[in-house]
Each structure stands twice: as structure tokens, then as C-alpha cells.
Design a binder for this molecule. Sequence first.
Ligand code: 5GP
Length: 113
Amino acid sequence: METVFDKILSKEIPADIIYEDNICLAFKDINPQAPVHVLLIPKKRIATIQDATPNDKEILGHMSTKIPEIATGLGLAENGYRVVVNCKENGGQEVPHLHYHILGGRKLKWPPG
Ligand code: 5GP
């Protein structure tokens, strides 16, 4: 299923892109929930984290190591940040294309609602 993130990947709709390589893309969330709120998505269309398979381990491993690089670039390394993956309805996922939320710039509350 094509989502808004496919349109961002194809540059059909604009986004504030902060990182891109051949595997993944990071851009600012349009409705930020913290002073810094970036989404990191794989270029491959994987609907949810629940749909990831061992075939995707290179993509997921690559993205996991990009998170600290991106966070450093966003000035989040020293004080920390949160990485969130919402999965399906109970997880509050709205866009069915796997994405990591990188949130920071303030002290975040825990637990989530
Ligand atoms: P989810 O609820 O699926 O975990 O998160 C989807 C996120 O995508 C939300 O935080 C929402 O603000 C963001 N989002 C939805 N549409 C767009 C868009 O067109 N551009 C950008 N930059 N972010 C979007």
C-alpha cells in the first residue's frame, strides 16, 4: 500500500530531509511532539516492524547505526533522546510504512499513555 512516505521518498511531496542514503531517509515530522522530532524510514516499503523479516536485517541494522549519527547531528547526543516505533492500531501507528521516531530537545515523560 502506497503511503505519504512513498511520496516523500519520490520527492513528489516536500519534506525537510536531514539525512539520506541508498537505504534510508530521515526528515522532520510535520507535527512535532518535541522540539526535535525526526522520522527515519527505510526506502524499502515495510509496513510495520511486525512485517520485518530476517531478510531485512541489513536494512534494520544499518538504520539502527544511523540513529546515533543522526541524533548527534541534531544536537541530541549529550542529553539523550527517545526512539519510538509505533506498531499497528494498538501501538498508535498511522502511516503503514515502518518509521522510527527520534524525539528530543526536552525531558520526555514516561510511561507513554
Ligand atoms: P505514526 O503515528 O504512524 O507512528 O507516525 C506517523 C508520523 O508521520 C506522525 O508523527 C505524523 O506527524 C507524521 N507525518 C504524517 N504525514 C506527514 C507528512 O506528510 N510529512 C511529514 N514530514 N510527516 C508526516
